[in-house]
Design a protein around this ligand. Structure first.
Ligand code: B12
Ligand code: SF4
Length: 465
């Protein structure tokens, strides 16, 4: 049987990306866990031209909420051509009834235990509508199909060692999407990190862990990093700020080739941190924490969110200066988004603050999908855009690059240089995050549901621009 796996995408910047750095792991992982008798192709809508007249028997689509409009539109196109279309991923997991309007079958949660069953049922002509995935034990997972990645992605070796996170931040679906904290056997991770069949040296050298929170289980991470030392790789991951209080771990991270850590700092406001339920972050500790990590030559990437109930225009824009003060190398700036499956969604929904007339395009991390407390929707969007523009102004980016010259190790410096230049280039050519209320072309993507009446108010096409 032939299967086309598609990772759906809706552009998030006015003119799209100038360069596509790192691919999702989802498509190449799904391809790897597909029983060997099937023929699989993987397409990333972000970079690939899609083949609507494919001879595939099954089209399998994966997407985040922010890309649901594209996914539904693709499903409609393929079904028009008589294809069977199935889907999975975080959006489908939390919006099952809505998704069933567009797909022949869906997989909720993790797919490892049900994907082969779905394919077998299809072959037998017994496809069910919903396959409920259960948390997988992470044992014997195959190497992702790196060979199926398009050349356009700069870095290719993405992998996962763990799933889940013990924290419960109010805006995050991870605790319910990937419950518990599960670990892959270290020899499997080392096998994948050692995969070197890539054309370019940097693709062989760089290992990017797409884990939720890699460093949580200390005995595990210590053993993993000790075994990574001989590989002589450069690696990056997400982690919690508590690593900064563990000098031994930081030394080991350095020794094993860590070049970048992404920290979810989220906010500089005590009350906003409480809104985020980010108990593990202590504002007074930020500067020291960043310094401790950078002391090892490791670049600190950090995520910041605008739009918590205690945020106002001033506090949001001020983050551009605050993140410089604490020495962040590469900032990632989002707008608070109430994803289903999160405590923040439940709260805002109860308070009647979800903007039901705003469609899923507004869930791309750069738009406002709820009624903020201290601001209007437009004020929150504008404050975020000011924060974004100020943070990626040539002067601030240059300062961040310069601060790395003598302090960061080579790979970390290159990371800071490329990422800051990439965003500043966007800034200079006014390639800003898209204001979805102004993009009818993107908002009119989805035709009406094909199977049944849609029961989701969130599918109403966006407000007129
Ligand atoms: C790695 C990661 C990223 C990476 C890579 C992005 C990417 N496109 O893959 C980066 C850092 C770039 C990123 C960015 C963003 N991310 Co992110 N990210 C993750 C993270 C930590 C891991 C995802 C992952 O790779 N898991 C490993 C793979 C193997 O698992 P998986 O994708 O879940 O797929 C499994 C199942 O879902 C299922 N499945 C998935 N698809 C399909 C399809 C079919 C047909 C089938 C059968 C099964 C199936 O099978 C797989 C195996 O079990 C998750 C958290 C999480 N635990 O999911 C957040 C997460 C997916 N991200 C999220 C968000 C919101 C974003 C951003 C919008 C954030 C922002 N403000 O900008 C951006 C979007 C950028 C973009 N261009 O895509 C949300 C999505 C919530 C939602 N409801 O949509 C999550 C869940 C975190 C959260 N806040 O709750 N992210
Ligand atoms: S620490 Fe990160 S992964 Fe864990 S719950 Fe919070 S935001 Fe989600």
């Amino acid at each position: 049987m032939k299967i086309d796996i598609i990772i759906a995408y809706v552009q998030r910047y006015e003119f799209g990306h100038e360069r596509d750095f790192v691919p999702p792991i989802t498509g190449i992982h799904l391809a790897a866990i597909t029983p060997a008798e099937h023929e699989v192709r993987v397409f990333h809508q972000q970079v690939d031209k899609l083949d609507y007249n494919t001879d595939a028997d099954v089209i399998a689509i994966s997407f985040f909420s922010g890309f649901a409009m594209a996914a539904y539109s693709l499903a409609a196109e393929f079904r028009k051509r008589g294809k069977v279309v199935v889907a999975g991923g975080p959006h489908v997991t939390y919006c099952q009834e809505e998704a069933l309007n567009y797909f022949d079958a869906i997989v909720t949660g993790e797919a490892e235990n049900v994907w082969p069953t779905l394919l077998r049922d299809f072959e037998l002509g017994q496809l069910q509508q919903v396959y409920t995935g259960t948390p997988c034990d992470m044992v014997n997972l195959p190497t992702p199909r790196y060979d199926l990645l398009p050349e356009k992605f700069f870095i290719k070796k993405v992998l996962q060692a763990t799933r889940g996170c013990p924290f419960s931040c109010s805006f995050c679906t991870v605790p319910s999407l990937n419950p518990g904290f599960r670990l892959r056997p270290i020899e499997d991770v080392i096998r994948d990190a050692s995969y070197d069949n890539f054309s370019h040296w940097w693709q062989r050298k760089i290992v990017w862990f797409w884990d939720d929170n890699l460093t949580i289980r200390r005995p595990y991470i210590r053993q993993l990093l000790n075994e990574m030392i001989p590989l002589k790789k450069w690696w990056l991951t997400q982690a919690s700020m508590d690593i900064a209080k563990d000098p031994e771990l930081l030394d080991l991270m350095k020794a094993s080739g860590c070049i970048g850590v992404f920290l979810g700092i989220e906010s500089f406001g005590v009350d906003s941190l409480a809104d985020a339920n980010k108990r593990q972050n202590k504002i007074a500790h930020y500067k020291v924490a960043v310094k401790e990590i950078r002391k090892r030559g490791i670049a600190v990437m950090a995520g910041f969110i605008a739009g918590f109930d205690h945020d106002d225009e001033k506090s949001i824009i001020h983050m551009a200066d605050q993140l410089m003060e604490i020495g962040i190398d590469v900032p990632f700036l989002s707008i608070m988004t109430p994803f289903k499956g999160t405590p923040i969604y439940t709260k805002l929904n109860q308070e009647g603050r979800i903007l039901s007339q705003r469609n899923w395009n507004f869930y791309n991390g750069y738009n406002v999908a709820f009624k903020p407390k201290k601001l209007s929707e437009a004020q929150l969007l504008n404050a975020h855009r000011e924060l974004w523009k100020k943070s990626f102004s040539p002067w601030y980016s240059l300062k961040r690059i310069l601060q790395g010259i003598y302090t960061l190790r080579t790979g970390a410096f290159l990371l800071s240089f490329f990422m800051n230049s990439f965003y500043t280039y966007k800034r200079l050519r006014s390639n800003y995050p898209i204001d979805m209320s102004k993009r009818t072309d993107l908002n009119n993507l989805v035709p009406p549901p094909t199977k049944a009446e849609s029961n989701s108010s969130l599918l109403v096409v966006a407000e007129a621009s």
